[in-house]
Write a protein that binds this ligand. Structure first.
Ligand code: GLC
Length: 535
């Protein structure tokens, strides 16, 4: 045993990394056409290095008709011209690595774009053809096949839209998401071969990791039974066949030293942990922490459950507060319901942004002190709120698929403000950004926050830099008053978060390292505030 060697530490970087999610379309616009691009990211690499992140996760940058923000991929080996070229992606990966930053790409294995050559060929080849076997084509039910083959609800916006679309030739095809995202048939060996080849393609270009989109949905019960018949196991969520797929992906990753992070939404912690067995995925997003309300007992339970479910499989936890699908943290924490649930998203929810921001600052210190990897979504380090997008500018299919009930996810995808005094807050010089920026966007601009030691950006920079003070030991809770979370990890630092309604005394300490807000006049920790202390 003993201390890990530098080589081991380097190989295990992902166990404790800070990983920054780049939604390329909204990060920085290098060519001024209103859409973010790889040139914009390359120009801002020094900003990311200064922030101190270890890796970047890029949402899909592949060739795509953008019916679902790039999660409708037409060619997994090409970069969309709106973002740049493959050669630029290679340069970006190399330049980031020179700054000590690794790259994670996003693979979408559940479905392809309806413009993908496989699907076009399947349409052309007609019913009963081998080309259609790569997808889920079925005849309809009813006298003339006019009813969809089963009763599955859309993964977007519940039961309002079907997951089947009928073609003029009479066949129906399955799409758990939009009609422009036909589901692949993972029981077909060509589908498995193709995806392993795609993994190799990107590992060979120097990426260090792969995020797996909708990772628990790929396998389908070939009988496609109605959900109303209560089939066991579930016909498309978390099926056992999937583990065989990921074991063989793991063998590919191991050849390159690559790592996986799975998008696995599963309430059952035991089933979730099965994806993280030593020969499967390295990590998965912690959606139970993300969805957890800002409430001391619930948060402590979410943390304990997370650590307990990961321990038996030896996988590190991840700590996630938001991403490109989720209501932004400062907004969520400023609402009456501080948890997250797609089903309850609505227009016009009252929000106290000052309160939400105070809590989000405390949550930043909490998550960066916990053992494991932390994901940070672009703009979170600026404290950006969720934007209300005028309905005539909404692009997200979730809004349309819910027939306008769900505001959709554009509100967390608004182009970043870089410079307060520049056109479009410095996102790009010429064209209007693809989503409108709210009028107060310049007040969140990077250049302003860089000059302000009390800014969210300053807090994130300081916390990421100071994070090693916690050491790499397991979490140990410390005695604390009601409503207060306090813990250490063997490195001499203590994290204290006050979620109680009253200020509390700090435990004995030699030095205050960092605070999410000021102490009160009596030196106590105010509500919704966190500190890092030297014990
Ligand atoms: C994942 C992505 C989301 C996308 C969906 C379909 O949930 O995070 O943005 O719409 O998969 O690919």
């Amino acid at each position: 045993m003993g201390q890990p060697t530098p080589a081991q530490k380097d190989r295990d970087w992902w166990r404790s990394a800070v990983i920054y999610q780049v939604y390329v379309r909204s990060f920085a616009d290098g060519d001024g056409d209103g859409t973010g691009d790889l040139a914009g990211v390359r120009a801002r690499l020094p900003y990311l290095a200064e922030l101190g992140v270890d890796a970047l996760w890029f949402n899909p940058w592949y060739l795509s008709p953008m019916k679902d923000g790039g999660y409708d991929v037409a060619d997994y080996r090409a970069v969309d011209p709106a973002f740049g070229t493959l050669a630029e992606a290679e340069k970006l990966i190399a330049e980031a690595r020179e700054l000590g930053i690794r790259t994670i790409v996003d693979i979408v294995p559940n479905h392809v774009s309806d413009q993908h050559p496989w699907f076009r060929a399947a349409l052309a080849a007609g019913p009963g053809s081998p080309e259609r076997e790569l997808f889920h084509f079925r005849p309809g039910r009813g006298e003339h096949g006019e009813l969809p083959p089963n009763d599955w609800p859309s993964q977007f916006a519940g039961a309002t839209e079907p997951v089947w679309t009928r073609l003029p030739d009479g066949d129906w095809y399955l799409h758990l998401f939009t009609p422009e995202q036909p589901d692949l048939n993972w029981a077909h060996p060509a589908v498995r071969r193709e995806h392993e080849d795609i993994l190799r393609f990107w590992f060979e270009r120097g990426v260090a990791g792969v995020r797996i989109d909708s990772a628990a949905l790929l396998a389908k019960d070939p009988a496609l039974p109605d959900l109303a018949s209560r089939p066991e196991p579930h016909p498309f969520v978390d099926r056992d066949e999937l583990h065989d797929v990921y074991r063989s992906w793991r063998r590919v990753a191991d050849e390159y030293g690559g790592v996986f992070v799975g998008e696995v939404w599963l309430p059952d912690t035991e089933r979730f942990a099965r994806y993280l067995r030593p020969d499967e995925l390295h990590t998965a997003f912690n959606f139970s922490f993300l969805s957890c309300p800002w409430e001391p007992g619930r948060l402590r339970t979410a943390i304990d459950t997370t650590l307990a479910e990961h321990a038996p499989v030896g996988a590190p936890a991840t700590w996630v507060l938001c991403n490109h699908d989720i209501t932004r943290t400062v907004t969520r924490y400023g609402r009456e319901d501080t948890g997250f649930d797609f089903a309850t998203k609505a227009f016009g929810t009252p929000t106290d942004l000052l309160l939400g921001t105070r809590r989000a600052r405390a949550a930043a210190l909490l998550s960066l002190a916990l053992p494991g990897a932390v994901y940070l979504y672009q703009g979170e380090e600026l404290g950006l709120p969720e934007a209300e997008i005028p309905v005539d500018r909404i692009q997200d299919p979730m809004y349309f698929r819910s027939r306008g009930a769900d505001p959709g996810r554009d509100g967390c995808r608004v182009p970043l403000p870089w410079a307060a005094g520049m056109p479009h807050a410095g996102f790009g010089a010429q064209q209007e950004p693809w989503l409108p920026q709210p009028a107060d966007w310049p007040s969140y601009a990077v250049d302003r926050q860089q000059r302000d030691p009390g800014s969210m950006l300053a807090l994130y920079r300081a916390a990421i830099a100071a994070r090693p003070v916690f050491g790499d030991g397991p979490l140990a809770w410390l005695p604390a008053p009601d409503g207060v979370l306090a813990f250490a990890r063997g490195g001499g630092a203590v994290c204290v978060v006050n979620l109680a309604p009253e200020p509390v005394d700090l435990p004995p300490h030699s030095r205050l390292l960092l605070g999410s807000g000021p102490l009160d006049d009596a030196g106590r920790l105010p509500p919704d505030t966190a500190v890092w202390l030297q014990a």
